[in-house]
Ligand binder design. Structure first.
Ligand code: 2RA
Length: 351
C-alpha cells in the first residue's frame, strides 16, 4: 500500500505551495493529512484534487504517518519533529532546527540523494531557500572543476519571510504608489511607509535592505552563515571558503544570488554553460544580447534554478561569475522537500 504523508504547517506560505506541488506531481501517497496550529484547524484546503480538512498538530494526529513534512518555524520543528519520529514517521524538515546536526543529512536530490538513507535520528533536513537556489547550479560546476571558494551576494524575495513579508511589501507599495517625488530625499520613503515594516528592519518599497535572518557572531547574519555552512555540508567540502552578503529586495517570490566561484582548475564560460545545460534541476538562460537573463519575475512558479550571466573572471582564469534565480517557495522549500519525501516513498511503498 502507498505510504501516508503528513504536511505539518499546511496553511503557511510554504505549506500552501506544498499543496499545489502535491497536486501536480506523480501521486506516490496514500492518505495525505494536513496539520497546522490550533488556529488553522478546521480550514478546508484543496490538495491533490481532494478537499481536506486541516487538523490541529497533536501527537495523536501523527499516528500512522510514514513521512511527515515540516514547514514550520525552527522552535515548532525542534519540539514536534522528534514526536513524529517517536510515532513512527520519517521527518523531512524545512526549518533550520536540524540542518547542521551531524546525525541529520542535508539532502538536495540532484546532488546527494543517497544521503536520505543515512538518517540515524529519523530526520532529514531541507536546506535554506537561498542555499538551494545557488547550490543546484554550483554542484555540477564543482564536479567539473573542483570548487575552492564562493563569494556570494543574495537578492532575496520578501516571501522568504513568509506571508507576513508579502503582505508588508504590498502594503508599502500601496502607500507609495503615485507619488513621483518619493525616493529623492533622505527619509521620505521611511515617512511614507510609516511603521508598516512587517518582518523587516526597514522599508522594502523603493529600497534594498542588506539584512536577512538575525544577528550571528562578528556582524554576520544567520542567513549568511547558513549559506556558508549548508554549502559546505551539501557539497561535502568542510573547508570550502564562503563569504556571503544577504540582501532583501522588493521582489515577491524568487531568490537570486550573484556568485563568484573560484575553482581548482582553469575554466571557460562556454564549457561551464555546457555543464549547466546538462545538469538536472537547472536551466540555462544566458543570452544578454537578447535581454535573456535569470530573473525572479520569470522564474517564479517554475521548478528549476535559472542560471545565466556566466563569465570567466577577467583577472582569474580559475574563476567564474554567474547569476542564479530560483523560486524560494518551490525548489527553495516545498519542491525540494517533496522530492526528498518521494525518495522515501519509494522505499516505504509496500507491494
Ligand atoms: C528568508 N531564507 O529568505 C529565509 C527563509 N528561510 O528569509
Amino acid at each position: 500500500s502507498l505510504p501516508t504523508l503528513a504536511v505539518v504547517g499546511a496553511t503557511g506560505a510554504v505549506g500552501t505551495v506544498m499543496c499545489q506541488i502535491l497536486s501536480s506531481r506523480r501521486n506516490v501517497w496514500g492518505e495525505i493529512r494536513l496539520l497546522a496550529s490550533e488556529r488553522s484547524a478546521g480550514r478546508r484546503v484543496q490538495c491533490r484534487g481532494e478537499e481536506l480538512t486541516v487538523q490541529a498538530l497533536t501527537a495523536d494526529a501523527l499516528d500512522g504517518v510514514d513521512v511527515a513534512m515540516f514547514d514550520v518555524p525552527d522552535d515548532v520543528s525542534a519540539q514536534w519533529a522528534p514526536v513524529a519520529v517517536s510515532r513512527g514517521a520519517v521527518v523531512v524538515d524545512n526549518s533550520g532546527a536540524f540542518r547542521m546536526d551531524r546525525d541529520v543529512p542535508l539532502v538536495v536530490p540532484e546532488i546527494n540523494p543517497d544521503q536520505v538513507r543515512n538518517r540515524p535520528r529519523g530526520i532529514i533536513a531541507n536546506a535554506n531557500c537561498t542555499t538551494l537556489a545557488m547550490i543546484v547550479a554550483i554542484a555540477p560546476l564543482h564536479r567539473e572543476y573542483g570548487l575552492r571558494e564562493l563569494v556570494l551576494a543574495s537578492y532575496q524575495a520578501v516571501s522568504g519571510a513568509g506571508q507576513a513579508g508579502v503582505d508588508a511589501l504590498h502594503l508599502q507599495l500601496g502607500k507609495i504608489a503615485g507619488d513621483r517625488v518619493l525616493g529623492s530625499r533622505a527619509g521620505d520613503v521611511r515617512q511614507a511607509v510609516g511603521d508598516e515594516l512587517g518582518p523587516f528592519p526597514a522599508p522594502l518599497a523603493l529600497n534594498v535592505v542588506p539584512w536577512a535572518g538575525s544577528l550571528a557572531d562578528d556582524g554576520w547574519s544567520t542567513e549568511e552563515m547558513k549559506l556558508r555552512n549548508e554549502s559546505r555540508k551539501i557539497l561535502g567540502l568542510p573547508d570550502l571558503k564562503v563569504s556571503a552578503t544577504c540582501v532583501r529586495v522588493p521582489v515577491v517570490t524568487g531568490h537570486s544570488v550573484a556568485v563568484h566561484a573560484v575553482f581548482a582548475t582553469e575554466v571557460d564560460a562556454e564549457s561551464a554553460r555546457e555543464v549547466v545545460r546538462n545538469a538536472p534541476g537547472v536551466i540555462l538562460v544566458d543570452d544578454p544580447a537578447s535581454g535573456e537573463f535569470p530573473m525572479p519575475i520569470d522564474a517564479v512558479g517554475t521548478d528549476p534554478s535559472w542560471v545565466g550571466r556566466i563569465r570567466r573572471s577577467v583577472d582569474d582564469p580559475r574563476a567564474l561569475d554567474l547569476f542564479v534565480t530560483g523560486d524560494n517557495l518551490r525548489k527553495g522549500a516545498a519542491l525540494n522537500t517533496a522530492q526528498i519525501a518521494e525518495l522515501l516513498a519509494k522505499d516505504l511503498t509496500r507491494p
